[in-house]
Design a protein around this ligand. Structure first.
Ligand code: B12
Ligand code: SF4
Length: 427
């Protein structure tokens, strides 16, 4: 029986950076790909977020998925297996964005989505008739996607329930890799198939890893109605449009939505206009957050620092806003021009890309471009200030007393993040 090892790569550097995040979710790319492997293959999944690679293990094929900051690490793994004569297949966002670079480290690369090509590759592997490059033509349909293989999961706690309903986003924000990878198109899985996978999890909590669950509001409402009977709790990522539609919020809350990760990005309107995200109207933010809270849904704000219109004053005013609005949680990121995005091209043409060391493209520990209105060190210090202030006891008290939504778990989670941040900052 041929053996396939699927590796979710995570470099030591990115694991260090992500230590301040308290929750580490199940990785789903490989369990989804595993579900498409013909039955005559033995499949093993190594998730580097959870375990080390056992180098004594042999395989016929090794497939590796990785994000940009783990690219160099993934290439090292690839070289080590290739030196033993194992066929190495690379795929994922970085490969799709930089296929020329990735192909130098692999026997086979997958550009874009794997549906269709993956099965074809595995079938032709035995006869040695496989291609070197598989590229999805157009955008594959998301009908009949087999459910992710739960026997390949590593997390069986409340962070184990992960899946997706849609892929892509119709917007064109110029820092976003999703817009490039999925060609500004939104595709949806049939509601009945999503509901069946949702119901298949034994746990109570589900994360819908959609890029933007509010990209098609009518589809989302239909989905929410279909999953309501399972009485689970769920969370997902959404654009600001989620908070503008009362019916969406009502259906979401009824179906068990406990938190929305809201792509606010910046409280500076010129910054939003600059990156083609002008539909984020900053003046509406407060009201939108209030409306989401009124439905008993907590808000995790996605914030990015370092846009060209950001001055050193942006850190304090952002934190003032988040506290006034009573936001329960936030993810702060340093603007990162991922290769392949319009933002990367712009900064490169202006000579402002400081490094191509992809390990530094982690959005948390390094500044990889020259900001317009501050020094890289100022941006870094501002990012640290934001985390320190947000997870200070005074800020937690201010935010959660302003909007005591989902307090039963948002308070312990904030305290856990506060502890984790302090621990990471000291080490
Ligand atoms: C879930 C998720 C996470 C989870 C889990 C990651 C995982 N591997 O499961 C967590 C929270 C850990 C995470 C972390 C990070 N993430 Co993330 N994440 C996502 C998200 C929302 C969904 C990924 C997913 O599971 N999709 C479902 C699966 C089925 O699809 P897929 O992974 O795209 O795989 C398909 C194809 O790409 C292809 N494929 C992929 N890999 C392979 C491998 C082989 C061998 C083959 C044949 C095919 C193949 O086949 C699949 C089916 O078509 C994406 C957004 C997105 N839509 O991709 C961002 C995304 C991938 N993440 C991103 C980033 C930036 C990060 C972080 C750097 C954030 C941070 N600062 O901490 C870290 C890096 C972590 C690391 N270890 O390197 C960026 C990547 C940009 C880039 N250039 O790499 C994305 C695109 C989000 C964005 N808005 O830009 N992430
Ligand atoms: S709305 Fe979000 S997911 Fe969509 S293109 Fe903009 S940043 Fe990317």
């Amino acid at each position: 029986m041929p053996r396939l090892i699927l590796i979710t790569a995570s470099s030591p550097e990115i694991r260090r950076v992500r230590r301040s995040r308290f929750l580490n979710f199940q990785q789903i790319t490989m369990p989804y790909l595993g579900a498409r492997v013909p039955h005559n293959w033995e499949v093993i999944h190594v998730d580097e977020e959870a375990e080390e690679i056992d180098w004594n293990m042999v395989a016929d094929v090794v497939g590796i998925t990785f994000h940009t900051p783990s690219a160099f690490h993934a290439y090292e793994i690839a070289e080590r297996y290739r030196s033993r004569g194992t066929c190495v297949v690379l795929g994922g966002p970085h490969v799709t964005l930089l296929p020329g670079e990735a192909s130098q480290h692999a026997d086979v690369i997958f550009i874009g989505e794997a549906e269709g090509g993956w099965e074809e590759f595995l079938q032709s592997f035995a006869s040695g008739t496989y291609q070197r490059i598989y590229q999805s033509i157009g955008l594959p349909s998301l009908d009949n996607i087999p459910m992710a293989r739960k026997d390949l999961f590593h997390r069986h706690d409340h962070t184990g329930g992960v899946m997706f309903a849609t892929r892509g986003c119709p917007n064109r924000c110029d820092f976003c890799t999703i817009a490039v990878m999925y060609q500004h198109a939104l595709r949806k899985r049939p509601v009945s198939e999503v509901a069946a996978e949702y119901a298949s999890f034994k746990g109570k909590v589900i994360i819908l890893w959609d890029d933007n669950i509010s990209a098609d509001l009518e589809y989302a409402k239909e989905l929410f109605r279909a999953i309501t009977p399972y009485r689970k709790w769920w969370s997902s990522q959404a654009s600001i449009h989620a908070g503008r539609d009362e019916e969406f919020l009502d259906a979401a809350a009824r179906s068990g939505c406990k938190q929305l990760f809201l792509g606010l990005e910046s409280i500076s309107q010129p910054s939003m206009l600059e990156v083609k995200k002008g539909f984020n109207r900053v003046d509406d933010y407060f009201h939108i957050i209030e409306r989401i809270h009124a439905h008993g849904i907590s808000v995790q704000a996605g914030i990015v620092f370092g846009f060209d219109h950001d001055t050193p004053g942006i850190f304090k005013s952002t934190l003032d806003f988040l506290e006034q609005a009573g936001v329960q949680n936030a993810t702060f990121n340093i603007l990162t021009p991922f290769p392949g995005t319009p933002l990367f091209q712009k900064l490169e043409s202006e000579g402002r890309i400081l490094t191509r060391d992809w390990r530094k493209y982690n959005s948390r520990a390094d500044v990889v471009y020259q900001p317009r209105q501050m020094a890289p060190a100022e941006l870094m210090a501002g990012y640290r200030y934001a985390n320190e202030r947000f997870y200070s006891l005074a800020s937690i008290a201010r935010r959660l007393s302003r909007s005591p939504v989902q307090l039963g778990w948002t308070l312990p989670l904030n305290l856990a993040y506060a502890y984790q941040w302090q621990k990471t900052a000291q080490s």
